[in-house]
Design a protein around this ligand. Sequence first.
Ligand SMILES: Cc1ncc(COP(=O)(O)O)c(C=O)c1O
Length: 390
Amino acid sequence: MKFTQRVQQLPPYLFVEISRRIAAKRAEGKRVVTFGIGDPDLATPDPVLEELKEASHRRPNHRYPETEGLPEFRQAVAGWYSDRFGVELDPATEVMSLIGAKEGIGHIALGLLEPGDIALQPDPAYPVYNVGTLFSGAEPYWLPLTEEGGWLPDLDAIPDDVARKAQVLWLNYPNNPTGAIAELDYFERAVDFCRKHDIALLHDACYTEVAFDGYRPVSALQVPGAKDVCLEFHSLSKSYNMTGWRIGMAVGNADLVRALFLVKSNLDSGVSQAVQQMGIRAMETSQEEIDERNAHYQARRDKVIEALRGLGITMEPPKASLYVWAPVPEGFTSASFATAVLDDLDMVVTPGTGYGKYGEGYIRLSLTLSDEDLEEGVRRLQSWKVPTPQ
Ligand SMILES: Cc1ncc(COP(=O)(O)O)c(C=O)c1O
């Protein structure tokens, strides 16, 4: 059987390789503690689960959903955006349901990119932006994220001839993997840049509800006029511990929503209506409950940072996201340090290079493991004597 170039050129999906390594360790009888994938260990809120029980008995839910989502789901998303960000959306044309943000992020490329086009993409980044680019035959142009640059792409450094061929600019704040945030003034510059060059601003805002120390992340759509160019991807996965239910939304520019609709309506049949009804219930979760959940992650963040400090690894605590992005000690690479952690401590951390070459020199630790595993991981780090780099 012959596989296409399209799939042959893909790097192995990062967490597939990590899962393989964990399985090998476990087969040796080891207790592996994993700070790898960002998949909340905390339960979906009870009222959301109750909604599923009831929704499963509603006969209309037994049939195909519409691609764009239930009108009441889209209305709830518009209401949520208005309350949370002060952004007004037309539920009929500016909102669409997704089978998780990942699905929409991958599919939008098929509506906007073709061979000869350029996609402006951060490095390091969530790998799916580039998968969409590769599948559509377009070329990525990498925008380095560096500590000195505040982990924000330098838009002024993009050459004019590149900007002319670019169709999309991907941004993601709060950011995976760096935990960085962007403020409204940065999104203002991004909107100006995209408007000037007729580029779609695709903002992945999956982590806006996971924030610490009282910080409230912004939406790119808060920039006046952002809807001229911007489509924002959101997810209920991290906001409400719902990764397993697969629900998210794309909101913003009506033409971009339509492009996504045209792709999706030909490839999938939308989100299960019962799951959309869970989503509606989830978006009614009070801010107090979200704050309580975030306090839980914040306590984990502080413990991990403290343990790393004991190894001489220091960094600014992230204000948002589920990740600690830590520099590796001198003499190590991302990969050699992650390997030393795995070999010596039976612990998984993700090498920064898994997110792009500019991730070199860093590892990512996810805060989504159980408290028990986190305590065990912290204990192992505290008692570790970092080996001399090879
Ligand atoms: C930056 C980013 N975007 C999107 C997603 C996917 O979210 P969803 O579960 O809604 O598909 C993830 C998941 O880890 C992510 O880190």
